[in-house]
Design a protein around this ligand. Structure first.
Ligand code: ADP
Ligand code: MG
Length: 568
């Protein structure tokens, strides 16, 4: 075959390898979960490609994963008959990190191992976790559809370089062989490996096979037989009844579908019957991904049809403002050959998507409204991580605007801290007698909002004002103009009409002042000329001498700044 080539890892891979070996050592058995997860993904991909090209199966259509070890050679091997890798794919996928936000991620690393271990987990570890226990990894793979002499062997000691060469391989698929480091012999035990698979990979839908062991009377030890046994349950986790799935199993399944290292924050699992029959198992992660704010980033729902994997990132199944949701939807009705194009126009998909949105909003409501402190805490975490994105929903999902409105949280003058913890319902419950509107101020930063001169009169009267400083808040207030029958009102717009909150004496005083300063006002108007629409005496202020006010129907100052910054 072709000569062996030596290539270098992408700089970030080197960094990742280094960190991983040191910081994840206490969790080392997760390498097996990651490699089995990849094998399962590879089988899913083959099954999907084969929907349009059954010849890819050749004479081998029973997809499976095999884990074996060689005590003498001190290796453990994970093999699958999935899609496989071509030479170029091996170079690309096993030498670089394709995740968006990789650079940002690495610049966020601190050098402090404990902190970085946490970050690494959040980033997802994948294939490279092999190097926690191995000092050499050999991957031999043949892509489905390629000839036996077009297989590739990839090998690396994880120290900056890897080699690739073309080899012969009789079967399709991938075998990953780990050459264990000194002292890692515990992974050469059937008992140990089975225990790890049961713990982390039980949910994998394909059979994970190992050779059975029996007691040899003569040798007085366990010996490996030639008989296969399936180590996992090998049934789709989402198709099992809820009562038969433990929290741990839900968590491990999440890590597989979301490619995440941490447990999810919450999940919802339901079978929907009726016009559309489908099962949904949806998760909210506990941490936002690095590319959360990128509206073009991947979406996390996997679509299955009658337990057959159809596609990753089926963006039609979740609106953009819920793009952080991960999980699986399995439809009983869609055709197996459904494509992304078909999904875009499908009414069935629209119905499923509506159902998924309701389910997630319901889950969030149950956390937010819970009497249980731990659940309430979860909602706080959710809001901190994903609140900015949920806010987009106010303008995006007209049908659910009210439900989303109830889930929103803001900072306000009540606590005067940047923490967004006030719901509109909280605000309404605290409204003063005679107060008819929900007041807010928008600014570029929390500090600017909090120190806005427009707040002076409100503070004096003890009226709560929401302090909005997220960019998306301008979007929220332009779409959510009312809550619970109360109008949302910017304190920086229009004539300040506090209605019943003003007493007659104050009004009279204001009018008197306007009269008294008539001459001064005329002078200021003449000086500012075209720059302003009007100059008025105000009772908005108690300490500051003057402030800018937008007309009721003009763009507010903050929105003008945002548009300017965006080049408009
Ligand atoms: P992720 O699974 O999150 O994509 P990994 O580091 O686990 O990241 O794997 C990197 C890539 O290597 C995969 O996306 C896939 O393209 C390729 N890969 C890994 N294992 C296999 C396998 N067993 N068969 C085919 N491709 C694989
Ligand atoms: Mg992976």
């Amino acid at each position: 075959g072709e000569q062996k080539e030596t290539l270098g890892f992408q700089a970030e891979v080197k960094q990742l390898l280094n960190l991983m070996i040191h910081s994840l050592y206490s969790n080392k058995e997760i390498f097996l979960r990651e490699l089995i997860s990849n094998a399962s993904d590879a089988c899913d991909r083959l099954r999907f490609e084969a929907l349009n090209n059954a010849s890819l199966y050749g004479d081998d259509s029973e997809l499976k994963i095999r884990v074996s070890f060689d005590k003498a050679a001190r290796t453990i091997s994970i093999a699958d008959n999935g899609i496989g890798l071509s030479r170029d794919e091996a170079v690309e996928h096993l030498g670089t990190i394709a995740k968006s936000g990789t650079r940002e991620f690495f610049s966020a690393l601190t050098g402090d191992q404990a902190k970085d271990a946490h970050l690494i987990g959040q980033f997802g570890v994948g294939f490279y976790s092999s190097y926690i226990v191995a000092d050499k990894v050999t991957v031999t793979s043949r892509r489905a559809g390629l000839e036996a002499n077009q297989a590739v062997r990839w090998e690396s000691g994880g120290e900056g370089e890897f080699t690739v060469e073309m080899v012969e391989r009789a079967q399709r698929g991938t075998e990953v062989v780990l050459h264990l480091r000194e002292g890692e012999d515990e992974f050469l035990s059937t008992w140990k490996v089975r225990e790890i698979i049961r713990k982390y990979s039980d949910h994998i839908t394909l059979p994970i096979l190992m050779k059975k062991e029996t007691w040899d009377e003569e040798k007085k030890e366990q010996v490996v037989t030639d008989e296969d046994e399936t180590v996992n349950q090998a049934s789709a986790l989402w198709s099992r009844p809820k009562s038969e799935v433990s929290d741990e199993q839900y968590n491990e399944f999440y890590k597989h579908v979301a490619h995440d290292f941490e447990n999810p924050l919450a999940h919802v699992h339901a079978r929907v019957e009726g016009k559309q029959e489908y099962t949904q198992l949806l998760y909210i992660p506990s941490k936002a991904p690095f590319d959360l704010l990128d509206r073009g980033a991947r979406h996390g729902i996997k679509l299955y049809v009658r337990r057959v994997f159809i596609m990753d990132d089926a963006e039609q199944l979740m609106p953009l403002y819920l793009r952080f949701v991960r999980g699986v939807v399995d439809s009983n009705d869609l055709p197996l050959n459904v494509s992304r194009e078909i999904l875009q126009q499908s009414r069935d998909i629209e119905a499923i998507r509506g159902g998924c949105v309701k389910r997630i909003l319901g889950l969030l409501e149950s956390l937010a409204d819970s009497e249980d402190d731990a659940e309430k805490e979860k909602y706080k975490t959710f809001w901190k991580e994903f609140g900015r994105v949920l806010k987009e929903g106010v303008g995006e999902d007209f049908a659910n605007k009210e439900r989303i409105g109830k889930l929103l949280r803001f900072a306000s003058t009540q606590a005067d801290t940047p923490e967004e913890s006030v719901s509109l319902a909280d605000y309404v419950a605290r409204m003063k007698e005679g107060q008819e509107k929900i007041y807010y101020v928008t600014a570029e930063t929390f500090t600017a909002a909090k120190n806005s001169p427009h707040l002076e009169i409100f503070r004096k009267k003890g009226l709560e004002v929401l302090l909005l400083s997220d960019r998306v808040d301008e979007w929220v207030t332009s779409h959510l103009t009312e809550f619970d029958g109360k109008q949302l009102q910017s304190v920086a717009k229009g004539g300040l009409d506090l209605g019943k909150l003003e007493d007659a004496a104050e009004k009279e005083e204001a009018e008197k002042a306007a009269d008294e300063y008539k001459e001064l006002i005329e002078k200021v108007k003449a000086t500012l000329g075209e720059k302003v629409k009007d100059v008025r005496v105000t009772h908005r202020l108690t300490d500051s001498p003057s402030c800018l006010v937008a007309d009721e129907y003009d763009l507010g100052g903050n929105l003008q700044r945002i548009l300017k910054a965006a080049g408009q």
